[in-house]
Design a protein around this ligand. Structure first.
Ligand code: ATP
Ligand code: MG
Length: 336
């Protein structure tokens, strides 16, 4: 077994199948790094939060100091959607005619329950935190939801950037229509009625509102492409995959690893959690489990031979409290 090389990565994502120990790993990494003098921000993006349980204190939507140097927060996706919609509504009020307010608000309300609304709102917060975290902390660690969700989240900056670019293009087309109208007006002697029509069109497409919408879209596009750049920079971001030596978690980790590679998201290493303790007599039942585990551990070595791997033994009790997290960290053999 080797060590977990974190080599100055300032953004870490901890992911894996449900229940394998993602939150435990993320929290123990965070405590360990803070103990060694780093300023850490630990963020849970999982709707079923468990950082509060792990730290035996309540952790909410606002940054809270847990131990010196470690701040934690839990993003509440439902609440994020509400904040996000409220922001969109107030932005729209500046840019559309008052007569359109109620229709626009109705449309916005409809998106509240649309598929992807929570993810979009969550991603909005994650991109902001990624940038904030990089300046106010040495590292930001994301404790993520079970794999499928996280992977969609990671692909989202790309999708959102493409979407925003599409919208910007259609605004550019409107702008050039406005310019065409200008040219037409300069060159041709049109009748009064025609001129009035041109004025209407031009007002619709080139007024101040159009500019403002464009600015908002551009700002959003810049933020998403910055997040994407950070995400894909192997000097900055690393993904830590957590699994347990069992059939399904291994299969799922293989898939995740492939998707991460496909998106060119760097993987720092693998945490093999809950291995049966060595040098202990376990009795017939657990010895039988141990021989099955040995096969899976071998399979993990084979499948992930290129990834650094560390093991965390199964403890006699659930991991709870700062000291238990410090104990877990000893097994992570973190290489800063
Ligand atoms: N090495 C270990 N020894 C004993 N118990 C462990 C160990 N690792 C994790 N646990 C326990 O297993 C349970 C699940 O761990 P954890 O919450 O970290 O998993 P998770 O992957 O974050 O789960 P979820 O997918 O629900 O977010 C917890 O009760 C935790 O205390
Ligand atoms: Mg968790």
């Amino acid at each position: 077994m080797n060590s977990l090389p974190l080599e100055g990565h300032s953004i870490l994502f901890v992911g894996g199948k449900g229940g394998v120990g993602k939150s435990t790993t993320a929290a123990s990494l965070a405590v360990h790094l803070a103990d060694s003098g780093e300023k850490i921000l630990l963020v849970s993006t999982d709707p079923a939060h468990s950082l509060g349980d792990l730290f035996e204190t309540s952790v909410g939507d606002r940054k809270r100091e847990i131990v010196p140097g470690l701040h934690a927060l839990e993003i509440d996706p439902g609440q994020e959607v509400e904040k996000y919609l409220a922001r969109v509504k107030s932005t729209m009020r500046h840019y559309v005619q008052p007569a359109m307010y109620s229709e626009i608000e109705r449309q916005i309300e409809l998106t509240r329950h649309s598929p992807g609304a929570e993810e979009a709102a969550l991603m909005d917060r994650v991109t902001t935190l990624m940038q904030e975290g990089a300046t106010s902390h040495d590292r930001i660690i994301f404790d993520t939801a079970p794999t499928g969700h996280t992977l969609r989240l990671l692909a989202l900056p790309e999708i959102m950037a493409a979407w925003t670019t599409g919208l910007l293009k259609s605004r550019e087309r409107s702008d050039s229509l406005g310019k065409a109208v200008d040219r037409l007006r300069g060159r041709e002697q049109a009748s009064g009625d025609e001129l009035a029509w041109f004025d209407d069109v031009k007002e619709e497409v080139t007024d101040e509102r159009t500019q403002k919408i464009q600015e908002v879209l551009l700002e959003r596009q810049r933020r998403f492409s910055k997040a994407r750049r950070l995400l894909l920079d192997p000097e900055i971001t690393a993904f830590i995959l957590v699994l347990i030596p069992e059939k399904l978690p291994i299969l799922e980790s293989e898939k995740t690893h492939a998707v991460l590679r496909q998106h060119k998201i760097p993987v720092a290493g693998l945490v093999v959690n809950r291995t049966l303790p060595e040098n202990q007599v376990l009795g017939e039942f657990l010895e039988s489990r141990r021989s099955q585990e040995a096969e899976y551990l071998e399979q993990i070595e084979r499948v992930f031979s290129k990834l650094p791997r560390v093991r965390i033994p199964l403890l006699s009790r659930d991991v709870q409290g700062i000291n238990a997290l410090r104990e877990i960290a000893q097994h992570l053999l973190i290489d800063k």
